[in-house]
Design a protein around this ligand. Structure first.
Ligand code: HMG
Length: 397
């Protein structure tokens, strides 16, 4: 696994001051500290490519060994051409590779991951790996209650028959779905719309449903020593764990100490990046493993994925003995180093330009820049605008 974030962020104490609310409302009330913000040359394609490139390097794998590439995103850059096609070109994946994009709000990445597990179990992989990338830029309108829960980033995962980080359990997953309007983004909008308090209720109802089904299918009957939840903001993971403890018949006090032990270590990275939609659960997993991998060898970890609309799944994985070496290669500290702290004025200026970002003309032509990107697959591409035929142009510095 590896992740990528944009090069800038907003400190939420700065945002609280600008919005005239106590900073504790964001830091304690929501459990968020910083939120990543994308510049115009950063988009779900560039973030996905950066995360995937880091992931392949960390795993010591060549793009030619990838037979399936699924990108989960709810902030895609085109109604038709998937982010996975751009990624295919920019990484130099083989032509004999199944490539597609999945969408179901924040659940899209999990849909891809569980598809990859089934692809391996079916025998279609024939020794190859699947590359799953979750990539998003979370935007709510400036000044709304959702604003402090924005973020941006990508998480990439390489899935194979011989896992070195986490072994998933094929067939043992609990699902829950229902048709609700808790969070949505009409085709003509860049910013999401949300029924905030209702979305919290939908998340918790989905957790109860998915967890119950998972419990009925779990044949291992070994305890989950930690659980990672989808993290739109840290407090949501706390509410989720409290609900689960309640379902398990625990007292409120026991639930609080269970949260500190079993969930808190997974919230450090999400608090520094914000909601990255499809990648949020996996950023939490990276955070947990980064902080505690050596204590978790051979142990089971629960995973809960939620996507508004809604779809949810509860499943689990076992930490491999080789995980410490793998997690060290993910370079987690360096990924967050040297980020630029934006002032609120700079952030608001970026947001004002958001609507035009996808329409600015590129100074490059597709043929020249795309060729350059292909031959420099180890570098992070930048989105430079659209060419005269309205095709997106990515350049590699
Ligand atoms: P809000 O208006 O900030 O809500 O909106 P609030 O006034 O209830 O305050 C939030 C918490 O801060 C409360 O704690 C307050 O008590 C506390 P709680 O009762 O929840 O435990 N608080 C303070 N604490 C310390 N010091 C203070 C203080 N003041 C208040 N001074 C809301 C919050 C989450 C609704 C809003 O931010 C929002 O709409 N966010 C976006 C939606 C969202 O993230 N929903 C989560 C579930 S849905 C989901 O996860 C899917 C999603 O990722 C999308 C997808 O699937 O694609 C969003």
């Amino acid at each position: 696994m590896a992740f990528a974030v944009p090069r800038a962020y907003v400190d939420l104490c700065d945002l609280a001051e600008a919005r005239g609310v106590p900073s504790t409302k964001y830091t304690q009330g929501l459990g968020v500290v910083q939120m990543a913000v994308a510049h115009p040359d950063e988009d779900p394609v560039t973030l996905a490519t950066d995360a995937a490139r880091r992931c392949l390097l960390a795993a010591g794998r060549d793009p030619s060994q990838v037979g399936l590439c699924i990108v989960g995103t709810e902030t895609a850059v085109d109604h038709s051409k998937p982010v996975s096609s751009y990624l295919h070109g920019l990484l130099g994946l083989p032509s004999a590779c199944r490539v597609f994009e999945t969408k179901h709000a924040c659940f899209g990445g999990t849909a891809g991951l569980l598809n990859a597990v089934d692809w391996l179990a079916s025998g279609s992989a024939r020794g190859r790996s699947a590359l799953i990338v979750c990539t998003d830029i979370a935007r709510y309108s400036v000044g709304t209650a959702g604003e402090p829960t924005q973020g941006a980033g990508a998480v990439a995962m390489l899935v194979s028959e011989s896992p070195r980080l986490l072994e998933l359990e094929p067939g043992i997953t609990g699902c829950f779905s229902q048709d609700v309007h808790d969070f949505w983004r009409p085709l003509y909008r860049k910013d999401a719309l949300v029924d905030g308090q209702f979305s919290v209720k939908c998340y918790l109802d989905a957790l109860a449903g998915a967890y119950a089904e998972w419990q009925s299918l779990d044949t291992y009957k070994e305890p989950l020593v930690r659980t990672c939840y989808h993290v739109p903001y840290g407090k949501m993971a706390r509410k989720a764990h409290q609900r689960r403890c309640q379902l398990d018949g625990m007292s409120e006090e026991a639930a609080d100490s269970s949260f500190a032990l079993q969930v808190e270590p997974s919230l450090a990275l999400p608090a520094q990046v914000g909601n990255i939609y499809t990648g949020s659960l996996y950023l939490a997993l990276l955070s947990l493993l980064h902080h505690q991998v050596k204590d978790l060898l051979g142990q089971r970890i629960g995973l809960f994925s939620y996507g508004s609309g809604c779809a949810a799944e509860f499943f689990a994985g076992r930490v491999m003995q080789t995980a410490p070496e793998q997690i060290a290669r993910a370079n987690i500290e360096t990924t967050l180093r040297n980020r630029q702290r934006l002032s609120i004025a700079e952030y608001e200026e970026l947001r004002r330009n958001d609507v035009h970002v996808d329409q600015r003309p590129s100074e490059q032509t597709v043929a020249a820049s795309y060729g350059a990107a292909l031959s420099s697959a180890r570098k992070t591409p930048r989105f430079s605008g659209i060419d005269p035929r309205e095709r997106r142009v990515y350049t590699v510095a």
